[in-house]
Design a protein around this ligand. Structure first.
Ligand SMILES: Cc1cc2nc3c(=O)[nH]c(=O)nc-3n(C[C@H](O)[C@H](O)[C@H](O)COP(=O)(O)O)c2cc1C
Length: 422
């Protein structure tokens, strides 16, 4: 099944029980003999007075196998998560870099490993011109990768001296990290690299203590000009939630953004094996049963997926956010500041991970800010977010929620080091 018929990132088509029933009443699983009826869907969910009825048609069994229903996060696209520690050379540190958070799992990076340095380049072919027209997220995600790279080099005693944008004539050359050597310096952040995943599931109703927020603020040490604005009170969170929901609605009403987002979604194992990038159903934070159903059932339409994403954003992502954070910089158009903001974002995500907490990036507002600017539309989201920040001298870079997750997040695929180094 082509990914264009599938789900979207944040945004996925995996249906709720009602949607399973309403929208898949007669969608074929692969042939007329394998039609999953509304009644069958309810039975699968145990909602039809029948417990679980996965009466095996061959096709259904095949989909269970083919889509990895029983073994989430396995296969060669997930190998980089288990091989990043072993290699003591700079390539091992690149193995840590590629596990960083990055927008829509586009993995927009290339690395040159030289005898004296590791050079970090953007891969301009992996941008998102409708969702991220000015490379805000692209630059930020590259900052996340730089942070993991530095942690990886440091842990191997290979060096940690970073120069951002070392070659003004080449804007794709984003960073140089010198291999100056030194004592191996592992860290809690480094140890968390392999366990960090974006957690899009529900979080428990438990506030984040201010001492935890203070320790996350402290992650900005040594990173010039970046900070976090926390939204923790019900009033503050409510105002940001309203803006996120409005931005989500505007995003899905924008055909270009909706279609582009969907184009990166990898809906089945073949897609994942082939591309080793993009968001997947496994990464959506669903309950095991809903996840299994989402893999077994055929993908619904783009618009149904958009609707489901909006519903998830309303009822899970925003409804269970214990706190929101917005990374701020002085100039949101500065690639260097974005890279530094990305380094802070990655540190915070790693620090959250080592505390057993969850983090989900939620950037609908800034995606709409940039889209309005790209299309010459009146700026509606920019002034509203700026006013919520309440500091005119700071610009919002990216937004996320944190909390204590109900369930662990699953891995996302990665392209191997060999595919992104030259
Ligand atoms: C700059 C940036 C923006 C992102 N925006 C979103 C977002 O709006 N919604 C979302 O669910 N995930 C978002 N993500 C998370 C990525 O989708 C995620 O990092 C990627 O799919 C890889 O998955 P992993 O973080 O679990 O390894 C963003 C990540 C970065 C670095």
């Amino acid at each position: 099944m082509p990914s264009s018929e599938a789900a979207r990132e944040k945004n996925m088509v995996t249906p709720t029980a009602d949607q399973v029933a309403a929208e898949n009443s007669s969608l074929p699983l692969g042939g007329p003999a394998a039609t999953l009826s509304r009644r069958s869907a309810l039975q699968l969910l145990g909602l039809g007075g029948v417990t679980v009825l996965v009466a095996g048609t061959g096709v259904l069994s095949y989909r269970v196998f083919d889509n990895g229903v029983l073994d989430s996060g396995s296969g060669r696209a997930y190998d980089p998560w288990s091989s990043w520690r072993q290699d003591a050379t700079p390539l091992g540190a690149v193995g840590a870099a590629i596990l960083a958070a990055n927008p829509h799992n586009t993995q927009p990076w290339l690395f040159h490993v030289n005898p004296t340095s590791v050079e970090v380049f953007a891969d301009p072919t992996r941008g998102m011109p409708a969702v991220d027209p000015f490379d805000r997220e692209h630059n930020t995600g590259m900052g996340c990768a730089v942070e993991n790279l530095v942690l990886g080099l440091n842990a191997r005693g290979l060096g940690n001296t970073v120069t951002l944008l070392p070659e003004p004539a080449d804007p794709t050359h984003l960073a140089t990290v010198l291999l100056t050597g030194g004592a191996a310096a592992g860290s809690g952040l480094y140890e968390a690299i392999g366990d960090r995943h974006s957690n899009r599931g529900p979080y428990r109703p438990q506030a984040v203590p201010s001492s935890v927020l203070d320790s996350l603020d402290a992650q900005a040490a040594g990173l010039d000009g970046v900070a976090v604005r926390w939204f923790t009170s019900e009033a503050d969170k409510g105002a940001l939630t309203a803006l996120i929901l409005a931005a989500t609605e505007a995003f899905i009403a924008d055909l270009g953004q909706s279609v582009e987002s969907l184009s990166w979604f990898r809906n089945n194992r073949d897609d994942i094996d082939q591309h080793a990038d993009g968001p997947t159903l496994d990464a959506q934070g669903l309950s095991p049963l809903t996840l299994a159903l989402g893999k077994i059932l055929p993908a619904t339409s783009r618009t149904a997926g958009d609707k489901f994403w909006l519903e998830q954003t309303r009822t899970v992502h925003t409804a269970t956010a214990a706190a929101y954070g917005v990374i701020t910089i002085a100039d949101a158009d500065s690639p260097a500041q974005r890279l530094t903001g990305g380094r802070l974002l990655q540190r915070i995500h790693l620090a959250i991970t080592s505390r057993g907490m969850g983090l989900q990036h939620m950037n609908q507002i800034t995606e709409r800010i940039d889209r309005e600017r790209q299309q010459g539309l009146p700026a509606t989201f920019a002034p509203q977010l700026q006013s919520l920040l309440a500091t005119p001298s700071r610009s919002p870079l990216v937004t996320f929620r944190i909390g204590y997750p109900v369930r662990a997040a699953l891995r996302s695929p990665r392209r191997p080091v060999s595919a992104v180094t030259r």
